[in-house]
Design a protein around this ligand. Structure first.
Ligand SMILES: [Zn+2]
Length: 241
């Protein structure tokens, strides 16, 4: 298999493109070029549509293997045969909301790392709602309010969000990257994709992000849950700011 060129990794704003079907299998449809985010790092897959020869195939999700992205059609949708030229299009509302949410979680990660020294253990999201887990035995008074206010100040500062590839040694020389991701990036990966909120947060990450923090909108910390043994879960919600 030749492998799918991942268009969304280079341009998170792309919503429509032309492609050719490489394979149609029980696992899904493989294109030569795809902007469907296949899920990962807490960000769920995109949905959308393939248009070909007057036919529409609704795509309900996507999944990644080592080389390919499999697009999963909705139940009973027509399948384009290999060799078909298609036009791919993403559900823009969903993807744009997920980009805001993913960037919001990075911003939150940067704030709790900088201001409280907290290392996030996992994160997950749906459009405009996210959760972040970390260890914090004692929650300081006013923690929720302080983190929320700081996050919104950082959003208003409109910090740039930059995505770039970095040689592995250089990436892991950054303390925040090393502590969060050293065990997560396989040894053979020599170039690490880095997402940086300039001046605030640096993470090894494969997701899609907005270009600057003001695009996130207003961030509300809905609650700080106590999951026992110092394990906390912080839930956020975004509104238009
Ligand atoms: Zn991320």
């Amino acid at each position: 298999m030749v492998g799918t060129l991942r268009l969304e990794l280079g341009d998170a704003t792309l919503r429509e493109w032309d492609a050719t079907v490489l394979a149609t299998t029980e696992d899904g449809i493989v294109l030569d070029r795809s902007a469907f985010y296949p899920g990962g790092g807490g960000q769920p897959p995109d949905t959308g549509v393939l248009l070909w020869q007057g036919v529409q195939t609704r795509i309900a999700g996507a999944r990644k293997t080592a080389d390919d992205v499999y697009l999963i059609p909705a139940d009973g949708e027509p399948m384009p045969p290999p060799g078909t030229s298609v036009r791919g299009a993403l559900d823009d509302d969903r993807r744009s909301a997920l980009m805001r949410t993913h960037s919001a979680l990075h911003l939150l990660n940067g704030v709790v790392w900088r201001d409280f020294g907290l290392l996030v253990t996992s994160a997950g999201m749906e459009p405009l709602e996210g959760r972040m887990d970390f260890d914090l035995p004692q929650v300081p008074d006013g923690f929720r309010e302080q983190v929320q206010a700081t996050c919104n100040a950082e959003i208003q500062a409109d910090r740039q969000i930059v995505v770039r590839a970095m040689p592995r040694p250089e990436a892991f020389a950054i303390e925040q990257v090393a502590r969060a991701a050293r065990d997560l990036v396989p040894e053979h990966i020599q170039e690490v994709r880095i997402v940086e909120i300039v001046g605030l947060d640096v993470e090894a990450d494969g997701g899609t992000h907005v270009a600057s923090t003001r695009q996130i909108g207003n961030l509300e910390i809905v609650k700080v849950e106590n999951k026992g043994k110092g394990f906390r879960r912080l839930r956020i919600r975004l509104t238009d700011g």
